[in-house]
Design a protein around this ligand. Structure first.
Ligand SMILES: Nc1ncnc2c1ncn2[C@@H]1O[C@H](COP(=O)(O)OP(=O)(O)OP(=O)(O)O)[C@@H](O)[C@H]1O
Ligand SMILES: [Mg+2]
Length: 245
C-alpha cells in the first residue's frame, strides 16, 4: 500500500527542550499504526507536529504525497484547519469537548468546515447509528456524559469531517478497561468499514500493539524501535520496557 503520511526526520523544540529528535515514520494507507512511549516521550508533540500546531525545527511532513509541514521558512506549512479539509482529524489528549454544548452541537463543531447542510445531517445520523449512546443523548449537555461517552463523542466529532487519517491521542486515558475495549472495538470498525487510516498514540502498550498492524516506540523524542506489532509484542526490549514482563 502507498504511504499516506510521510514524516521525514523532524525535530521539534520548546525553547531549550528538544521534544522530538529527527523522527521519521511512514504510515501506509488503510493501516492502524500505534505510537507507544512513556510520559513525556513526545507522543502528543508528534501529533501536534502532524497538524502543524507546533513548528518544525527541522524536517518535513507530507500527507497524500504533498508537503504539508516543513521547517523551511520559504515554504509555508498548511494551517491546521485546512489540514482538516484535506482529510486529517485529531482527537486530542484529554478530549477537549465543549462541555456546555449538547452532543449534537459538538458534532456540528466537527463539521464547521463542511458547507453542505444535508451532508452534515447525514453524517450526524451516521454517528448516532454508530454510537447509539450518543444518539440517545444528543440533546444532553456534554458535561453530563461519562468519560467514555465523552471520548466516543470526541471521536464522532472528528469523524464529522470524513477524514482519511484519524489521529487519536490516548483515547483510553483514565477509562475503565471495559470502556477502553469498547472504544478500541469502535476504532477497529472505523478502520475496517470506512477505510480510515488510524494513527493511535497510547501509553497502554499492550492494547495499542494488539489493535495495530505496525508500531513505533518513542523514547525521549527518539524513535528507538519499530516494526510489525505482533513482532513487537514478543520483542524482549518491548516486553521489558513497555509491557512490564
Ligand atoms: N508547550 C510546551 N512547552 C514546553 N515544553 C513542552 C510543551 N509541551 C510539551 N513539552 C515538553 O516536551 C516533552 C514531550 O511532551 P509531550 O506532551 O509530547 O509528551 P507525551 O509523550 O505526549 O507525554 P504524556 O504521555 O504525558 O502525554 C516533555 O518533556 C514536555 O514537558
Ligand atoms: Mg501526550
Amino acid at each position: 500500500m502507498a504511504s499516506i503520511l510521510d514524516i521525514d526526520s523532524i525535530s521539534v523544540r520548546y525553547g531549550a527542550i528538544e521534544a522530538l529528535h529527527k523522527v521519521s515514520m511512514k504510515v501506509s494507507e488503510g493501516d492502524i499504526i500505534a505510537l507507544i512511549g512513556a510520559n513525556g516521550a513526545g507522543k502528543s508533540t508528534l501529533l501536534k507536529a502532524i497538524v502543524n500546531q507546533v513548528p518544525l525545527a527541522e524536517g518535513s511532513i507530507s500527507f497524500g504525497g504533498e508537503v504539508t509541514g516543513t521547517s523551511e521558512k520559504h515554504r509555508k506549512s498548511v494551517p491546521t484547519h485546512l489540514l482538516s479539509k484535506r482529510g486529517i482529524a485529531l482527537v486530542p489528549e484529554g478530549r477537549h469537548v465543549f462541555a456546555d454544548m449538547t452532543v449534537e452541537e459538538n458534532l456540528d463543531m466537527g463539521a464547521f468546515l463542511v458547507d453542505d447542510a444535508r451532508l452534515i445531517a447525514r453524517k450526524k445520523e451516521e454517528m448516532f447509528d454508530f454510537f447509539p449512546i450518543l444518539g440517545a443523548r444528543k440533546a444532553q449537555k456534554t458535561r453530563s456524559l461519562s468519560g467514555g461517552e465523552q471520548q466516543m463523542m470526541a471521536i464522532a466529532r472528528a469523524l464529522m469531517s470524513s477524514p482519511r487519517l484519524l489521529l487519536l491521542d490516548e483515547p483510553g486515558l483514565g477509562l475503565a478497561p471495559l470502556v477502553v475495549q469498547d472504544i478500541f472495538n469502535k476504532i477497529a470498525m472505523i478502520n475496517e468499514q470506512d477505510k480510515v487510516t488510524v494513527f493511535l498514540v497510547e501509553q497502554n502498550a499492550r492494547m495499542a500493539l494488539k489493535a495495530s498492524s505496525s508500531a513505533y516506540c518513542l523514547e525521549n523524542g527518539n524513535i528507538v524501535l519499530s516494526g510489525p506489532s505482533d513482532e513487537l509484542l514478543v520483542n524482549d526490549r518491548v516486553r521489558a520496557a513497555y509491557l512490564g514482563e
